[in-house]
Design a protein around this ligand. Structure first.
Ligand code: DC
Length: 217
């Protein structure tokens, strides 16, 4: 089974790339951020996110995670992302979610020729022997603009847009800092990763670049 590891910062284009590659090659894909978001969301729903026992609750939720349920929900809010980034610093939680990710790969080995996982520690921790590793990044202003566009808010006043952009930049910077400075499996490119900056290229250009690397063109 061909393994492709894609890591990178928020809104860098890694998720879209992973989906497009999976479609192109017929590989199975797992957005590993969804696992962290799902645990965060459950904590919020169960009103446990401010509890002193938040770590313990997050472990319980993670142990009972069901992959099929995850896809059906909307887990994209910044509140969920922020809490996901915080709980992602718990080593025990990472251990639980790491084994779920490895289990996912193992379960799909016979069904698919390849798997693509995207996240923060795929090339360094989950698939250290991946056939291809990519680390995707872009400048913060461009990533925040992409996030704003994804929100699809029409008729936004120019000043409101500036305000939203500034607050997105702030939130994303905080999250990047937390993700890359944590002790366990921080967000860093694997030494053998292809590092690609998507600040000035779109999703199709990125796909082309990556496809050329994979196919050795
Ligand atoms: O990819 P995302 O924005 O959905 O991820 C949300 C958070 O989950 C991210 O800020 C950090 C955490 N995460 C992680 O620590 N390791 C992963 N492999 C994926 C996500």
């Amino acid at each position: 089974m061909i393994e492709i590891a894609i890591d990178g910062t928020a809104a860098s284009g890694k998720g879209t790339l992973a989906k497009k590659l999976a479609k192109k090659y017929g590989f199975v894909h797992l957005d590993t951020g969804l696992l962290y978001r799902k645990v965060a969301n459950e904590l919020i729903v169960k009103k446990k996110h401010t509890s002193l026992n938040i770590e313990k609750y997050s472990f319980e939720i993670a142990r009972n995670l069901n992959f099929i349920e995850i896809k059906k929900e909307n887990l994209r809010s910044e509140e969920t992302a922020k809490l996901a980034s915080l709980i992602a610093t718990y080593p025990r939680l990472r251990e639980i979610l790491n084994s779920k990710q490895k289990e996912f790969v193992g379960n799909n080995k016979k069904k698919f020729h390849g798997c693509i996982l995207d996240g923060r520690d795929i090339g360094t921790k989950i698939l250290p022997n991946a056939d291809f590793k990519f680390f995707i990044d872009a400048c913060i202003e461009i990533r925040a603009k992409r996030r704003l566009l994804e929100k699809n808010i029409s008729f936004l006043h120019e000043n409101d847009e500036k305000c939203m952009l500034q607050s997105l930049i702030r939130e994303m910077k905080e999250r990047d800092k937390l993700d890359s400075s944590r002790i366990t499996s921080p967000l860093v490119p694997a030494i053998d990763a292809h590092v690609i900056d998507t600040s000035f290229i779109d999703a199709d250009e990125l796909l082309l670049k990556v496809t050329k690397i994979i196919e050795g063109i």
